[in-house]
Design a protein around this ligand. Structure first.
Ligand code: FES
Ligand code: ZN
Length: 300
């Protein structure tokens, strides 16, 4: 096998693109393909102010780097989740990276806002990852608005998107399926949300990060071990092994053929939280409720 562009020695073969590439051509292809995704899905333009939600992991740091290389105005946002050493180490990776690329990074410490994820879990009936997701979505949106950004970008890759799609199809979670798209337009109280890496596999983002010498946190969050998303990723990987290209097809065909139907299911009836003013399904938003309950922890 040869690199399709230069005929040199390839370092990766991507069966879903029927494409083998050498190191230099893979880097170029990866950045151009990100640009293509941004354009095709009309995610944002050079006029937009983008806040990249960075966790210290390979995907979000790679996204931040690519967006800046492509000439977008992209700053970082790190939410310190208070998950012991894991959070400390990931914060360090983010700060080092911000320094390397000379970009601005905003940091919010959840412990100062309320309490860390492990403590909040004690006052919530949600699973840890769903609780964490709720808190992240809230702060991504709020911080973006407070700091004057109109777009929040996250590093979700194809494996993330296809596995959560599978999980939600199995449960026929219609509400979720109606919002499963790589661009969620801005609406009352919400900034735009985009996922420019949604067509890259985990293997591709990992390779790009490695080739670019990105120093990312390799360990997984300690709560991810029993996360069902890993289980669904494994299922998809074994299907992919038997039938290469399925993962990509499953996700892209959903976007093209199925999403337009589910989209009609979507109806959000939101009020404003009495305490923080953020969009909320109830008088007091779930995060403010968590904050209130966490006060009991501090008092005890
Ligand atoms: Fe949120 Fe692990 S990163 S629970
Ligand atoms: Zn609130």
């Amino acid at each position: 096998m040869r690199c399709r562009i230069c005929g040199g020695k390839p370092i990766i073969y991507m069966p879903h693109h029927r494409l083998a590439l050498c190191k230099e051509d893979f880097i170029r292809w990866f950045e151009n393909y990100t640009q293509k995704t941004i354009k095709e899905f009309r995610m944002f333009s050079k006029e937009d102010r983008i806040l990249v939600a960075v966790s210290g992991g390979k995907d979000s740091l790679a996204l931040w780097l690519v967006l800046r290389k492509l000439g977008y105005e992209a700053d970082g946002f790190y939410l310190h989740l208070g998950i012991g050493e894991y959070s400390e180490r990931s914060k360090e990776k983010v700060l080092n990276f911000a320094h390397r690329v000379g970009a601005q990074v905003h940091i919010v410490d959840l412990k100062e806002e309320a309490a860390g994820i492990p403590e909040l879990k004690e006052v919530s009936s949600r699973e840890t990852c769903s609780l964490c997701g709720l808190v992240k979505r809230y702060y991504f949106n709020k911080v973006a608005k407070d700091k004057g950004y109109n777009v929040v970008a996250t590093g979700h890759n194809l494996d993330d998107e296809a596995s959560s799609l599978l999980a939600n199809v199995i449960n026929w979670n219609m509400k979720y399926l109606g919002r499963k798209y790589p661009v969620l337009k801005e609406e009352e109280g919400f900034v735009r949300k985009v996922k420019p890496f949604c067509r890259f596999t985990e293997k591709e983002t990992a390779l790009y990060s490695l080739l670019m010498g990105i120093d990312f946190i390799e360990e997984e969050c300690p709560f991810s071990e029993d996360a069902s998303s890993i289980f669904f990723k494994e299922i998809l990987n074994s299907i992919e092994e038997r039938s290469p290209g399925t993962k990509m097809r499953f996700y892209l065909d959903y976007l093209r053929k199925v999403y337009p139907i589910f989209k009609k299911e979507e109806k959000r009836d939101l009020k404003r939280c009495k305490i923080c003013g953020e969009p909320s399904p109830s008088e007091i938003c779930p995060v403010c409720r968590l904050k209130e309950r966490s006060l009991s922890l501090k008092g005890s």
